[in-house]
Design a protein around this ligand. Structure first.
Ligand SMILES: *Cc1c(COP(=O)(O)O)cnc(C)c1O
Length: 360
């Protein structure tokens, strides 16, 4: 039985997803744009997202092999890039069987690979650390690692790096990373991949043979909205409804810890979503929500199953009214600022308790 007494949903607009993909891919016509769908497609549902994109993208990307196996089990046949690469020796055999593209980012992984080499014929990416200092071999190790790969493995090799600050348009770090990468690759001339979403949008000089598109695919910008060279449509709308209304007198408080008190006679709406749904408890008083075309501020602490909103200034508010927490009418970037977080974290932390409704 698929009964939802509570009308709280994450509504996923798949045509918007495809249109975002096409708009962004058009910004880099010389590149192949890989759709990154790790973390359950940034909370949008990896299988549905993969199916919607299958006819449009050259490959998909996830963080680790478990995520890719889930896609294969659902019938997705596209190549899948594994950005954290092999985490054990066995991962190489699975990758070979399943057509996963493995990222090599440690010297240890080269050792595991060489145990299989030259029988390993899967496509390899080699990640170089140009300043993120998280994954990737050091520039000084590149020659040594390349010398240890077999001719067949080198033929389809993609050299790759990842940016630490590409969402900051004024920050010179990205150009330094690009320069260092190009210096290394000039000697070798392999296929290359540098850009994430912010790289694609902000730094045309970072476009490579492959770009790796994540957050912007979902219509969430990694950069100030005004700076975006394309109009993106938010793919996820997080929605709930008003389940209670009450009128308070001056001095009455709302919710746990009494962190909000009425300074005037006030009307409070209770909404059926809380931190157990992935709506963060860190949301401050004043965090905006959209109710029937109007914006109203949060009043009081986020509970496990509910939030409370000051609707005193709104006309015509009733039980059952639809409330948008973020989506087309309420920018997730604005909401995230009130919670001391970023759109990436909000999208990926929506919990399994919230049913997804797909628009096809
Ligand atoms: C997650 C990820 C991306 C996508 O980044 P966005 O900022 O979401 O576009 C690209 N490359 C790698 C290696 C990643 O891990």
């Amino acid at each position: 039985m698929n009964y939802h007494s509570r009308k709280t949903y994450s509504i996923i607009n798949l045509p918007a997803l495809v249109s975002n993909y096409n708009h962004i891919a058009n910004l880099a016509p010389q590149s192949e744009t890989i759709a990154i769908i790790k973390a359950n497609a940034y909370g949008h549902g990896a299988i549905e997202v993969a199916k919607a994109l299958s006819a449009h993208v050259p490959a998909l990307g996830v963080a680790f092999i478990d995520e890719a196996i889930e896609l294969r089990n659902a019938g997705i046949t596209l190549p899948i890039l594994i950005t954290e690469g092999a985490l054990s020796y066995e991962d190489f055999s699975i990758a070979l069987q399943q057509n996963f593209w493995l990222m090599i980012h440690t010297v240890e992984q080269v050792g595991w690979l060489n145990k299989q080499s030259p029988s390993y014929t899967g496509k390899l990416w080699l990640k170089i650390d140009t300043g993120m200092n998280r994954l990737g071999i050091m520039p000084s190790e590149v020659d040594n690692v390349l010398a240890r790969l077999a001719g067949e493995q080198l033929q389809s090799l993609v050299l790759c790096t990842h940016f630490s600050s590409s969402e900051e348009i004024e920050n010179p770090k990205t150009l330094l990373q690009i320069k260092q990468f190009e210096r290394i690759n000039q000697k070798h001339g392999y296929k290359k991949s540098l850009a994430n979403s912010a790289g694609i949008l902000n730094w045309p000089e970072s476009h490579g043979d492959y770009n790796r598109l994540g957050i912007a695919l979902y219509g969430a910008t990694p950069i100030p909205v005004k700076a975006s060279p394309v109009k993106l449509t938010p793919v996820m709308t997080l929605q709930s409804t008003i389940i209670a209304l009450r009128d308070l007198s001056i001095g009455d408080s709302v919710g746990y810890g009494e962190i909000w008190q009425a300074k005037r006679p006030s009307r409070i709406a209770t909404i059926a979503i809380g931190y157990a749904d992935g709506y963060p408890r860190s949301a401050k008083n004043g965090t905006p929500v959209w109710i029937n075309g109007q914006i109203a501020p949060m009043a009081g602490r986020v509970s496990m199953d509910m939030i409370t909103i000051d609707v005193t200034d709104l006309a015509q508010v009733q039980i059952g009214d639809v409330v948008e927490l973020w989506g087309e009418n309420m920018a997730i970037e604005t909401v995230a600022e009130y919670m001391n977080t970023i759109n990436y974290e909000l999208l990926t932390r929506i919990s399994a308790r919230v049913p997804k409704k797909y628009i096809f």
